[in-house]
Structures are given as structure tokens and as C-alpha cells.
Ligand binder design. Structure first.
Ligand code: FAD
Length: 388
């Protein structure tokens, strides 16, 4: 087993890093901690396309080399984490559409979503249904050859800037989750309202409430059943749960990138800052903090790489949940330790590490909280569920 990057992967990482340092870092300094707009987001996403971001060849589609996917996510998250989030969610939505939409709809949406001309989001969570998505209440009723959607979605990444939303809604409450369907809602044709929810971090990666009031979508915008039996429309809930596994590995890698940014900033500082007549790295308790951070990041990265590799082979719920909870909690710890290494300077908003703490703090919730990941792992290991 080789834990190092291959020569090819290393070369890709080094050139990507050069590009991000030269072209993207200053944009993060300017926009990364501010509310995002669609007008600003689209040119940013387009810049990334030559480097393999955004398009339908994302992790859901199996992608190319999963370790290259990890490298892409880590490097962008270490540079402009909000943009990494936006691109990851758009990739997820385009992959769902490419694999499950009516051919006409796929033809209309996949290219513009993959090229940064449209932004996508995936809307599952509701005010009353967070950790338990089986409790969603949004309703879709069939009227002739179209559906009418009513309901509220909350905490939807990219929501306020999205042109296309993949919305999970109930079509037949008597059936429970078997009545769920996924609808592709094109905002221009089927308008819905949104409101950005202000948050502690990742401010350039909008999380929003979406409001669907008698929103009409054609029958052909239901996902599933057009291409294969396996992807039947009534498998919408299973598809949602399966998608979570991929999203978890992605969120884990995003956390690794943010943690690395905090660590590298602190590492540079402790080798320059002097107290008691020497660089503070030469005080053993500071040296230990550096070792702790480096170890946490390596452990998180290895778990995420394993999850990406396992997901390419098939279902890997345990690997994905382990990677997600460990990496996101590690990032919070690392960012906090980085602040400690830098003393009061670590708290200044003009230095980067305080934002790493705020950004990383966002990641222990999405795609299932830390607690939910642990319940998924223990259920798989023991065959007994402690979730309900
Ligand atoms: C940055 C961000 C991005 C997001 N992006 C999206 C998105 O794109 N699309 C989307 O649909 N949703 C998205 N979400 C929503 C996210 O999936 C939910 O926040 C998450 O599932 C948790 O739900 P909740 O916040 O309602 O917490 P709750 O479910 O209310 O949980 C509150 C607390 O109770 C604990 N808890 C709940 N049930 C149990 C249990 N059985 N056992 C033990 N503890 C339990 C939780 O761990 C948590 O600590 C996003 C959230 C964030 C923060």
C-alpha cells in the first residue's frame, strides 16, 4: 500500500497550487468572507473549469482518478473554501441530472451547469427535517402533465444563487419515503424565492432558505425512470442517502484544505515570532501544538483518500462517515490550535486563521452531523441502530 502521491498526481498538485496562488488567492482575500452573488460566482467557477472542477465528471459520476479529486478539493479549499463548496455542490447537482434526468432535460442543463453558466443546488433539508430527512413535508401534487410544488427548504448550499434546484418532495404521504420524488426546478421557468441565512463562516458559500409556492414543473423534470429501471423515480430517497455518502467524503476533503491553511499560517508564524530570547517553535509546548496539527491533518487526509477510493468501487458508507466526522472535527481543532500558536495575533481578523476556525465550524453539520455519522458507523458495525 502506497500512501504517497504518484509522480503524476504530484505534478498535477504542484501546477494547480501555482495557478491557485497566482490567480485565486487574491480573489479569496477580496471576496471569500463576503456574501456571494450569482454575477460574481459564475466567472469564478468558470476560471476553475480548465482544472477539472464543476463538471459532471465529479465524484458522483466516478470521476477519473479519485486521488486527483481529493487533491483538487484540498488545494481549492486551502485557497478559497467558499468556491470549493460552490463548485462541489454544482458538480453534485449536475451529476444527479446527468445520470437520472429525461434526455431532453439533461441535454438542456448538463452543459451549462458543467461550464459555470448555471449554478445548481440540492434541496433536501427543511425547517422540521434536518438529521431525519424522512420527515420532509414539501408536497408535490400532480396536475395533468405537470407537478405543483409547495414547501420550504432550509440550509441549502448555493440556494440563493442557484439557477437549478434538485428538490426532494413528497408526492404521496401514505407511502412515506417511498412517495418521495426528486424534481429539477429551473428557476427561470418555474420561479421560487430564496433568502440567504447569515452564518459564522463560509460566507461566500451561501446557505439559504428556498420557498416554493405553487411552483409548477413539467412531468419530464422528475428525476429517474428515463434511462434505467435501477434509477426509478421511486428510488428518490435511496438516491438522496447514497448521494450523502459522496458528499461526506467531499466535505471531509474540504475540511482538510481549511485545516491545512490554518496549520501553514501558524507554522510560518512560530518560526519567526520570538519570545524568551528564541523563536517560539523552540519552546516545547509550541512544538507539540505543531505536531498535533500535522498529525490530525494527515489522519484526516488519509481517511478521506480511503473514502474516495472506496466510493469509486461502490458503496462505502462507513468509510465516508468516518472520513467526514473525523476530518471536520479535526479541522475545528486544528484551526483553534493554530490561533493558540499565534497568540493574540491569531484572533485578528486581518490574519487568516480566525476565518479558518469560522469556516471549519460550518462543516460538522452538513451531510449529517458528527453525531449522525457516528450512529451510521456503529449501526454498520453492530447491526443495531441507535438512530431512532
Ligand atoms: C454549511 C451547511 C451546508 C448545508 N448544505 C445543505 C444542502 O446543500 N442541502 C440540504 O438539503 N441541506 C444542507 N444542509 C443542512 C444539513 O444537512 C443539516 O443541517 C443537517 O442534516 C443537520 O440538521 P439540523 O441542522 O436540522 O440539526 P438537527 O437534526 O436539529 O440536530 C440538532 C442536534 O441534535 C443531534 N441529533 C439529531 N438527531 C439525533 C440522533 N438520532 N441521535 C443523536 N443526536 C441527534 C444532532 O447531531 C445535532 O447536534 C447544510 C447545512 C450546513 C450547516
Amino acid at each position: 500500500m502506497d500512501f504517497d502521491l504518484t509522480e503524476e498526481q504530484r505534478m498535477f498538485r504542484d501546477s494547480l497550487r501555482k495557478f491557485l496562488d497566482a490567480e485565486v488567492r487574491s480573489l479569496d482575500e477580496r471576496w471569500g468572507d463576503l456574501e456571494m452573488t450569482a454575477e460574481r460566482a459564475k466567472p469564478l467557477l468558470k476560471m476553475l473549469i480548465p482544472w477539472g472542477y464543476v463538471g459532471s465528471e465529479g465524484i458522483l459520476a466516478g470521476g477519473s482518478d479519485p486521488i486527483i479529486r481529493c487533491v483538487q478539493s484540498e488545494e481549492l479549499s486551502a485557497t478559497f473554501p467558499g468556491l470549493a463548496g460552490m463548485s462541489g455542490i454544482t458538480s453534485g447537482s449536475v451529476s444527479l441530472i446527468a445520470a437520472n434526468a429525461h434526455p431532453d432535460l439533461a441535454e438542456r442543463l448538463v452543459a451549462p451547469l458543467s461550464q459555470g453558466d448555471l449554478i445548481g443546488c440540492i434541496a433536501t433539508t427543511e425547517p422540521e427535517a434536518g438529521s431525519d430527512p424522512s420527515g420532509i413535508r414539501s408536497r408535490a401534487e400532480r396536475k395533468g402533465d405537470h407537478w405543483v410544488i409547495n414547501g420550504v427548504k432550509s440550509w441549502i448550499s448555493n440556494g440563493s444563487v442557484a439557477d437549478v434546484a434538485v428538490v426532494l418532495a413528497q408526492t404521496d404521504p401514505a407511502q412515506g419515503p417511498a412517495g418521495f420524488r426528486q424534481f429539477v426546478v429551473e428557476r427561470q421557468k418555474s420561479p421560487f424565492e430564496s433568502r440567504e441565512i447569515p452564518t459564522i463562516g463560509l460566507r461566500s458559500f451561501p446557505t439559504s432558505e428556498l420557498f416554493f409556492n405553487d411552483v409548477e414543473v413539467p412531468d419530464t423534470n422528475v428525476l429517474g425512470g428515463w434511462n434505467s429501471e435501477r434509477a426509478a423515480p421511486e428510488r428518490a430517497f435511496q438516491r438522496t442517502l447514497q448521494m450523502f455518502s459522496h458528499a461526506r467524503a467531499g466535505t471531509g476533503m474540504m475540511a482538510v484544505g481549511i485545516a491545512r491553511c490554518a496549520y501553514e499560517t501558524a507554522l510560518e508564524y512560530v518560526q519567526i515570532r520570538r519570545q524568551f530570547g528564541k523563536e517560539i517553535i523552540r519552546h516545547q509546548l509550541v512544538a507539540a501544538m505543531i505536531a498535533d496539527m500535522a498529525t490530525e491533518i494527515d489522519a484526516a487526509r488519509l481517511l478521506c483518500h480511503r473514502a474516495y477510493l472506496a466510493l469509486q468501487r461502490g458503496r462505502a458508507d462507513v468509510e465516508a462517515s468516518m472520513a467526514k466526522w473525523y476530518a471536520t472535527e479535526a479541522a475545528v481543532k486544528v484551526a483553534s490550535t493554530a490561533i493558540q500558536c499565534m497568540g493574540a495575533n491569531g484572533l485578528a481578523t486581518e490574519n487568516r486563521v480566525e476565518r479558518c476556525l469560522r469556516d471549519s465550524r460550518m462543516l460538522t453539520m452538513p451531510d449529517g452531523t458528527t453525531q449522525i455519522q457516528k450512529l451510521i458507523i456503529s449501526r454498520a458495525l453492530t447491526g443495531r441502530s441507535a438512530i431512532r
